[in-house]
Design a protein around this ligand. Structure first.
Ligand code: PEP
Length: 253
């Protein structure tokens, strides 16, 4: 059984005070969530404050990125070790905004992933095709390259804590969600690929989240799909009521 994950990516939003307020609302509003994992990813400067708010709650902390070095002359960067020190359990890697705006490559993301695995942090590796790639019929090729590049040289044992997030770029922040069938097609493809690259057990155990305009009104249908194990939520995670409803998804019968 794969335990579902609902993760909120706050991106570049919320002051420390606002982050404390939002995480307090979540801690207060989220009840009976033992059968699912809940993660929030605030900005770096709010990590410690949020860690304090959520410390006795089921809510876990993630960072939105990291650098593949422990410490040293890397001005402006942050290492997995220091994120762990700030209270994080997870780190998001290779978000499409970082790929597109900062030019992050699969190779660089793979280096980060290896560095993260030296700590107790668990990586959430984001992949996804652009609208143009989808329209050109390159979706599977792109997903395959991102998976092979991002997970290059990992062993099956090292895959134990890796989470994958399929986030079609055309659905992020646009209000256009992939249909449940479109998302399931990509997720099933990714799972088959994990079977080919590693083994059936890795394919069966790896959690694959969907991301791209997940909202209270579409989460239940998405979570009904066999290969969708959770959601990475951007915009709707900034509103406590919406995020709580997404966490409380109920697969349709
Ligand atoms: C994201 O930032 O990972 C994301 C999926 O954003 P949104 O939910 O706003 O589309």
């Amino acid at each position: 059984m794969r335990k579902p994950i609902i993760a909120g990516n706050w991106k570049l939003n919320n002051t420390i005070t606002e982050s404390r307020e939002l995480s307090t609302q979540l801690v207060t509003g989220l009840k009976n969530t033992e059968d699912r994992e809940i993660i929030i990813a605030p900005i770096y400067t709010a990590l410690s404050a949020v860690a304090e708010v959520i410390k006795d709650s089921p809510v876990q902390l993630a960072a939105q990125n990291c650098y593949p070095e422990t410490k040293g002359a890397f001005t402006g960067e942050i290492s997995p070790e220091f994120l762990q020190d700030a209270g994080c359990q997870y780190v998001i890697l290779g978000h499409s905004e970082r790929r597109q705006l900062m030019g992050e490559t699969d190779h660089f993301i793979n280096q980060k992933l290896f560095k993260v695995l030296e700590t107790r942090l668990k990586p959430i590796l984001c992949i996804g095709e652009t609208l143009q790639e989808r329209e050109n019929g390159q979706m599977l090729e792109v997903l395959s390259a991102q998976i092979k590049g991002g997970l290059a040289n990992l062993t099956a044992a090292e895959m134990a804590t890796v989470v994958i997030a399929y986030e079609p770029v055309w659905a992020i922040g646009t209000g256009k969600t992939a249909s449940a069938d479109q998302a399931e097609e990509a997720h099933a493809f990714i799972r088959r690929l994990l079977q080919d690259l590693f083994n059936p057990q890795v394919a069966d155990q790896t959690r694959i989240l969907y991301g791209g305009s997940v909202k209270p009104n579409n989460v239940d249908e998405l979570m009904t799909q066999a290969d969708i194990d959770g959601a990475l939520v951007g915009g709707a995670s900034l509103n406590a009521e919406d995020f709580i409803r997404i966490v409380q998804f109920e697969p349709l019968s």
